[in-house]
Design a protein around this ligand. Structure first.
Ligand code: PAF
Length: 286
């Protein structure tokens, strides 16, 4: 496994592989890797010959300085996991390599509309940070395909929109969320939970499942389902930021004829802010 800390080293290696006709598949991460990331790496194998993973805790996408400062950084452990997963190259840029000027002076990219609601409304500037760094990483790596997890559903949609709006040729692949036996979605932020909260945290997905089943039985009563889901999260000890039912294709609020939906949730449990989602179809033939 090759490691590159500079853009120059990254480009030399990628040029050689591309010259040999290899397709490059890219998995951007912020490190602190868990089985969910390794599932993305495994899926990447199906799309090309060379797998490139980046590890960069991107300051531009954090809306709280303490969240950025406390984000778990586990570089040696991450490198062992990626080596075991037969990754070809790990890009480990410094902050200066990604942001050669102060961040507020850097050119940015922002997806309007989609980027300013749900997570965007709760975490101002978050998606601008995500799209700006992902676009920069795409320009550096020039992947044929890039792989993202569906746990960050809105992020995945925003990246797809950015790629489409800017006419980029990279293919975007979304991978199902990896879960613990309790169905808690794997996340680096789960490490902020105490043992008791960890058990409690499974209640987030259980609420989503219950909400989905209720909407399937009462398709005209989505707003009631949202209100009840918030209440049930509160009863389970969470501080919900939102539970919202949206259309899968553009995350707008569904109309009466929309059938392909997703329920998105964000809630605090102690010091951890957890997000999760579940898709549902009201189409009787699906
Ligand atoms: O999902 C993440 O880990 C990050 O938002 C990403 C895509 C690596 C950009 O920093």
């Amino acid at each position: 496994m090759v490691t590159a800390e500079t853009i120059a080293d990254l480009r030399v290696q990628l040029r050689a592989w591309r010259g040999a006709g290899d397709r490059i598949v890219f998995v951007p991460t912020m490190g602190n890797l868990h089985a969910g990331h390794l599932k993305l790496v495994q899926a990447a194998r199906e799309h090309g010959q060379r797998i490139v993973v980046s590890i960069f805790v991107n300051p531009m996408q954090f809306d709280r300085a303490d969240d950025f400062a406390n984000y778990p950084r586990t570089r040696q452990d991450d490198l062992h996991k990626l080596e075991d997963a037969s990754v070809d190259l790990v890009f480990l840029p410094t902050e200066a390599e990604i942001y050669p000027r102060p961040m507020e002076q850097m050119t940015f990219v922002e997806v309007p509309g989609l980027g300013s609601e749900l997570e965007g409304a709760e975490r101002p500037g978050h998606f601008r940070g995500v799209t700006t760094v992902v676009l920069r990483l795409f320009h550096l790596v020039e992947p044929d395909v890039a792989v993202f997890g569906k746990k960050d559903y809105q992020q995945l949609m925003i990246i797809r929109r950015m790629v489409d709006d800017l006419g980029m040729s990279v293919g975007i692949v979304g991978i199902e969320t990896e879960r613990e036996a309790s169905d808690l979605a794997l996340s680096s932020r789960n490490s902020y939970l105490t043992d008791a909260q960890h058990k409690q945290a499974a209640g987030l997905y259980a609420t989503l499942v219950h909400c989905r089943d209720w909407i399937i039985d009462h398709p005209g009563e989505i707003e009631t389902a949202e209100v009840e889901a918030v209440k049930s999260l509160e009863l389970a000890g969470f501080r919900p930021d939102y539970i919202s039912v949206r259309r899968q294709n553009d995350l707008k609020k569904p109309g009466v004829n929309d059938t392909e939906l997703v329920i998105l949730a964000a809630a605090w449990l102690g010091k951890a802010r957890l997000i999760d989602n579940i898709e549902l179809s009201l189409n009787p033939n699906s």
